[in-house]
Each structure stands twice: as structure tokens, then as C-alpha cells.
Design a protein around this ligand. Structure first.
Ligand SMILES: N[C@@H](CCC(=O)N[C@@H](CS)C(=O)NCC(=O)O)C(=O)O
Length: 352
């Protein structure tokens, strides 16, 4: 079973920033690095307490999707509050700048012709900021990205790195006030000594899936060079085949075995977007996930887990990915054999 190899300095969290400027100039999409990296519950400034922390997210963003999944799956919906930005960034006529995340629940989505009910104002800083950029500026930062984990008590940004936010929410779920008992709450990254092999396998898959699938999709869809796109395309589908073989090897329900872990949580946002969005938007039209029998059944299995369906919004994904660069006209397919997200209730549609 061949695993596509990662480039030396890419990690499971971020890609190499080596020559980032010249690589971008040569048409390669290179994702930046998050600057806020405090540790909840370990950093004395940020003790784990109920009703103190807040998430700023956009539901079309796959990195934010990791965080909304963790919040719901860990039973933190009532003790970690959340605001939702509009899925399209600000437009050219914006008084501040275009391309920024905006908290504007009145904004109309071209896909539905109405405002989106999930969108909120900014409710955590006490300043009702319109832009995520302003939350960063309040701390002297020039960053603009989502997700953000925010401390409502000290009015400070704790973290803006989704890989670390999900790990911290998992580790501190109980002191944060999770509504789930220890027995009912999944452990996304088990820390007992005996679990070292599980952690190693989660880390190994995280790095491959981040570079070849999660961020790989952007390398394919946002690069402006045929060769960069072609390499990302090949790596993406080679990794899907590897995951299909892994699941087929012994019929395991989840990537690392019998239990749902962080590796599954981090793969889900990309595969959830593949057939209805990335197939067109990221030019990843080599196959649908439905064409991989074990991966399709895995996707439907995760979609059916408690807390998952309420963490997703395909309307926000469609609206967000097909915004400005697609004349705000959102493709309505696929319709065959069934519409999405309804298709995720049908593991039987797996193309064997
Ligand atoms: N490494 C960060 C990446 C976050 C990220 O790149 N988010 C995108 C949205 S999908 C973003 O906000 N990009 C910068 C911007 O648009 O201002 C994480 O995983 O949290």
C-alpha cells in the first residue's frame, strides 16, 4: 500500500513557508501561518472555565468546520459560544477593504436570495465589530483569518490555529463544561500511555491528509500553474485511493480503527465538500467520493454521528466557494443520483 510522501518541512498543522513569496509569485497557492498559539488550560492566562470562551467562524471554511465539529461532538454547544460570519468576504465597495470576513446577518445570499439564518453579529468583544480584521487590530495584529478562539473575560485572542483549537477543546472538554459524561464523550486524541500507537497513527494520517487532501484541494483549485495543479490533483486522488484501501483492508469503521478520532474529524470537512463543491470549484473532477465504496460509507457514517449534521452547512459552502470569482452564480448540481446533502443519508449509494 503506497503512501504519497509529504515534502520535508510540511507538517500536520501548516505547510512550509520556505520561499513562500516567490512560490506565490510563480502561481503556487501557499497558506500562511497562524500567529496566536496560546494553550487553553496550560497557559496561566487562559484557564479552562465554562461560558468564558467564544468561537468566531465561517461555515464555508473547512478549518472552521473542524472547530464547529469538535464543539458539537464534544458537547460544548452550551458552554462555548459562537459567532458566524457571512460566507462571502467583503466586496470591492467595502469602506474598509475587500476580501475580509464580515459579521453581517442582514447580507443577502445570491444562492437563496435571502439573508442566511445562521449568520450573526459579533457578540463577544463588546464592541460589535463588523470585521474579523478589527478583532485582530484590537490586539495590534494584521492577521485576518478565521477560526478564532477568543477569551471573553480578558478580551484576548487565545488561538487562531484550528489544529490546536480542536486538540485543546478535546483535552479541556470537562472543565469547559461539556454536557456529555466521560463515558458518552468521544476522545479525539487519547492520551493514556497505552494509546501511544493510536496517537502515532493519528499524527501520521493527519500530516498526509492535511498536505494531500485538506490543503491539497486548495493547491489544486487556487494555483494558477498547470503543473502545480496537476501535481496537487494526482496527490489528492492518490491519497483518496490510499484511504479507500485502508478502510477496505479490514472493514474498520473509522480511519484508525473502531473509534472516531481527530484523524476522521480532520478528513470530514474536505470530503463533505468534494462532490457538491470541490469537484467543480477546485477542478478535482477525477472522481466523486461516491465512486469510492468504503470512503462513501465512511462519509455517511461520520455524517450520522451525534453533533455532526448540526456542524455543517452546504448552503454556506456553496455560497462561499462560488462567490465573486464565479459572478456570484452558484452551480446547483449534482442532482444524480440524488441531491446533496441528502446523499449523505444514503450509504447504499456507494458505487461498488
Ligand atoms: N491554519 C489556519 C488556517 C485558517 C485559514 O486559512 N482560514 C481561511 C479561511 S478558509 C482564512 O481566513 N484565510 C485568510 C483570510 O481570508 O483572511 C487554521 O487551520 O486555523
Amino acid at each position: 500500500m503506497s503512501d504519497p510522501k509529504s515534502d520535508a518541512s510540511d507538517t500536520a498543522v501548516e505547510e512550509s513557508q520556505t520561499d513562500a513569496v516567490s512560490r506565490r509569485a510563480r502561481g503556487e497557492f501557499v497558506r500562511g501561518v497562524s500567529g496566536f498559539r496560546n494553550v487553553l488550560g496550560e497557559d496561566p492566562d487562559f484557564p479552562a472555565e465554562p461560558d468564558r470562551y467564544h468561537l468566531f467562524v465561517a461555515l464555508n471554511c473547512p478549518w472552521c468546520h473542524r472547530v464547529t465539529l469538535a464543539r458539537n461532538i464534544l458537547g460544548l454547544e452550551n458552554c462555548v459560544s459562537m459567532d458566524v460570519a457571512f460566507p462571502n468576504r467583503t466586496l470591492d465597495d467595502d469602506p474598509v477593504a475587500s476580501g475580509l470576513w464580515e459579521f453581517n446577518p442582514g447580507r443577502v445570499a445570491t444562492l437563496t436570495g435571502t439573508p442566511l439564518p445562521e449568520c450573526t453579529m459579533e457578540t463577544a468583544t463588546g464592541k460589535q465589530f463588523r470585521l474579523a480584521k478589527q478583532i485582530y487590530e484590537a490586539e495590534g495584529s494584521k492577521e485576518t483569518s478565521l477560526p478564532i478562539l477568543y477569551d471573553k473575560k480578558t478580551k484576548r485572542i487565545l488561538s487562531n490555529e484550528s489544529a490546536e483549537i480542536i486538540r485543546m477543546l478535546n483535552r479541556q472538554a470537562k472543565p469547559l463544561g461539556s454536557r456529555l459524561s466521560d463515558a458518552d464523550r468521544p476522545d479525539l486524541y487519547p492520551m493514556a500511555d497505552g494509546d501511544a500507537p493510536v496517537r502515532e497513527e493519528i499524527d501520521r494520517l493527519n500530516e498526509l491528509i492535511y498536505n494531500k487532501i485538506n490543503n491539497g484541494a486548495y493547491k489544486a483549485g487556487f494555483s494558477s500553474r498547470q503543473d502545480v495543479y496537476a501535481t496537487a490533483f494526482e496527490n489528492y486522488f492518490a491519497m483518496l485511493r490510499t484511504l479507500e484501501e485502508l478502510l477496505a483492508s479490514d472493514g474498520r469503521p473509522f480511519l484508525v480503527g473502531e473509534t472516531f478520532t481527530e484523524a476522521d474529524l480532520r478528513l470530514f470537512p474536505t470530503l463533505y465538500r468534494h462532490d457538491p463543491v470541490y469537484y467543480v470549484r477546485m477542478k478535482l473532477n477525477g472522481a466523486r467520493i461516491m465512486d469510492y465504496a468504503h470512503l462513501w460509507r465512511w462519509l455517511c457514517r461520520v455524517h450520522a454521528l451525534p453533533g455532526v449534521a448540526s456542524s455543517n452547512s452546504l448552503v454556506h459552502c456553496r455560497q462561499g466557494y462560488f462567490g465573486r470569482s464565479w459572478n456570484n452564480v452558484v452551480p446547483l448540481g449534482p442532482l444524480h443520483p440524488i441531491t446533496y446533502p441528502e446523499a449523505y443519508d444514503h450509504p447504499d449509494l456507494a458505487q461498488t
